[in-house]
Design a protein around this ligand. Structure first.
Ligand SMILES: *Cc1c(COP(=O)(O)O)cnc(C)c1O
Length: 427
C-alpha cells in the first residue's frame, strides 16, 4: 500500500488529543486554498468564473469564510444553508439556491437575500410567483434524461432516473413563460455527474449546455448571463486512482466556448460550477483511536469513531484510505475490519484491509473525509457528532465546531433535567 502524505505527524496529533479527545475531524486550510486556487486558475480565461461551493459537503462557516476569501460563491438547498452562506459573508448572486421540492418560506428568504433562484421544475414558476414574486434573474436546472447518452461518454448515474430538473421541452416553455411574465435575466444550470474522475465528462457537459443556451437564446430571443455546469468533480479515494486534471478541464471548456458560444454571438457568457467534494474532500481527516481488538471468525479493530461520524463506508461501501500514525512505513501484514460501536453490522470503516499491526491507543487517520463526512453525521444509538478542528494556514490548530455533549442530545426533549441523571446512585 502506498503511503499518502499527511500535513501532520503522530506527535502533533498526540498533543492535540490532550485538548481535543478523539474522534475529531481535522481540515487543512493550506491544502484547501492551494487546490481551490488551481480550480480558479483553470478557468481564468473566463473573467466572471465562479465556483459555488456546495455547502452540503462541509457546512461550517469557518471553512466557508476561507472560500469566500478566495472569491467563491455557495450552492444551497435549504434555509439553514442560506443562513450559513450569509453568516460566512456571501451575498446576493454569490449564492445559488439550487433546491428541489422547495418549501415556500425558503424561496421567500432566498429571494429576499438576493440569491439566484435556480428552479427545479416548471411548476415552480407559478409557485415562486405566488409566494415570493419572480425576481429579475431566474435560472432553470436542466435534466437531459436520455439525451445525455448521445455523447457516448461514460456517465456515472443515469439522469433519466434522477428526480431533478426540467426536460428539454419544458426548458423552452419555461423560459418563454418567464419572459412573458417580465423576467429579463437568465441563467441555465445542470448537474449530471457525481464523484466523476473522467475530466472529459465536464467538457461534454459544457458542450451540451453551451449548445442548448445558443438554441434557446436564438429561438426565444433572450440573453443568458451564465451557464452553470454543476459540481461532481471526483476525488481519488483509493490510492490507485488519479485526481482530475483541472487545467485540462478548464482548457476543454474554453475550447467548447470558443467553438459554440463565440460564433453564435453569445460572448461574453459567464461560466459557473458548483463543486463541493473536490474542494474540501481530500483535505479533511477523521482522527480516531484504536480501543479494542476482537478475534472471532474474523479479526476486528474497534475504534472510538463510528458510522455516525462518517457514514460513507457504511452507506455506499465507499473506500477510505486509513493510515496508522507512526506506523506508516511498517509492513501492512495483518488483515482486519476496522469497526465502530453502532449496533449495525455495516458500521465498518474498512473490511478485510491490510494494515500494520495495530495496538490499542494507536491513532488512525481516515483519509478523504473532508466532504460529506461530518456533514452526514447523526446521533443514532446515542453516538454524538465529533468536533471539527482547523489546521490553519499559520500552522496553528483551532476548534471550529465543538463536539456534541449529552446535553445536546437531550436538548430537544422536554423531560427530566439531565442533572438528575448524570450522577447515578446504586440504590
Ligand atoms: C451535491 C451537489 C453539488 C456538489 O456535488 P459535489 O460532488 O460535492 O461536487 C452541486 N450541485 C448540486 C445541485 C448538488 O446537489
Amino acid at each position: 500500500m502506498p503511503t499518502l502524505p499527511l500535513p501532520f505527524d503522530e506527535t502533533r496529533i498526540r498533543e492535540l488529543t490532550r485538548e481535543y479527545p478523539t474522534p475529531f475531524y481535522l481540515y487543512d486550510e493550506n491544502a484547501i486554498r492551494t487546490n481551490a486556487r488551481k480550480l480558479l486558475a483553470a478557468f481564468d480565461w473566463c473573467p466572471t468564473f465562479c465556483n459555488h461551493f456546495a455547502i452540503k459537503a462541509t457546512p461550517n462557516p469557518h471553512l466557508l469564510e476561507i472560500l469566500a476569501d478566495l472569491g467563491f460563491g455557495t450552492d444551497c438547498s435549504s434555509l439553514p444553508e442560506l443562513l450559513l452562506s450569509r453568516a460566512a459573508g456571501f451575498e446576493g448572486q454569490r449564492i445559488m439556491f439550487t433546491s428541489n421540492n422547495t418549501p415556500a418560506n425558503e424561496y421567500i428568504y432566498a429571494k429576499r437575500s438576493g440569491a439566484v433562484l435556480n428552479l427545479d421544475d416548471i411548476s415552480h414558476i407559478d409557485f415562486v410567483d405566488q409566494h415570493a414574486g419572480l425576481p429579475d434573474l431566474v435560472s432553470f436546472r436542466y435534466n437531459p434524461g436520455p439525451l445525455r447518452g448521445e455523447s457516448g461518454n461514460k456517465i456515472i448515474g443515469n439522469p433519466e432516473d434522477a428526480k431533478y430538473g426540467l426536460t428539454r421541452e419544458q426548458l423552452f416553455a419555461g423560459y418563454h413563460e418567464l419572459k412573458d411574465r417580465g423576467v429579463s435575466r437568465f441563467g441555465l444550470h445542470t448537474m449530471v455527474v457525481s464523484n466523476e474522475l473522467n475530466g472529459s465528462s465536464f467538457v461534454e457537459t459544457a458542450r451540451m449546455l453551451f449548445s442548448l443556451a445558443v438554441e434557446i437564446a436564438q429561438e426565444l430571443d433572450i440573453r443568458f448571463e451564465w451557464v452553470n455546469l454543476g459540481g461532481g468533480i471526483g476525488i481519488p479515494y483509493s490510492p490507485e486512482q488519479q485526481p482530475v486534471d483541472l487545467e485540462t478541464v478548464g482548457r476543454g471548456v474554453r475550447e467548447a466556448y470558443e467553438q459554440i458560444i463565440v460564433p453564435a454571438g453569445l460572448d461574453p457568457l459567464g461560466v459557473r460550477m458548483e463543486n463541493g467534494r473536490v474542494i474540501t474532500g481530500p483535505y479533511g481527516y477523521l482522527v480516531t483511536t484504536a480501543v479494542h481488538h476482537k478475534h472471532i471468525y474474523k479479526n476486528y479493530v474497534g475504534v472510538d469513531a463510528c458510522m455516525a461520524n462518517l457514514m460513507r463506508p457504511g452507506m455506499y461501501g465507499a473506500y477510505h484510505h486509513i493510515s496508522v500514525l507512526g506506523k506508516e512505513d511498517a509492513p501492512h501484514d495483518t488483515t482486519v475490519d476496522v469497526v465502530g460501536s453502532l449496533c449495525e453490522n455495516n458500521d465498518k470503516f474498512a473490511v478485510d484491509r491490510q494494515l500494520p499491526t495495530i495496538d490499542n491507543g494507536d491513532l488512525l487517520v481516515i483519509h478523504d473525509a473532508g466532504a460529506h463526512g461530518h456533514a452526514m453525521g447523526f446521533q443514532y444509538n446515542g453516538r454524538l457528532r465529533s468536533a471539527e478542528l482547523l489546521l490553519a494556514a499559520d500552522g496553528s490548530v483551532r476548534c471550529i465546531r465543538r463536539a456534541e455533549t449529552v446535553a445536546d442530545y437531550f436538548a430537544t426533549l422536554d423531560h427530566k433535567p439531565l442533572e438528575q441523571l448524570v450522577e447515578p446512585s446504586a440504590d
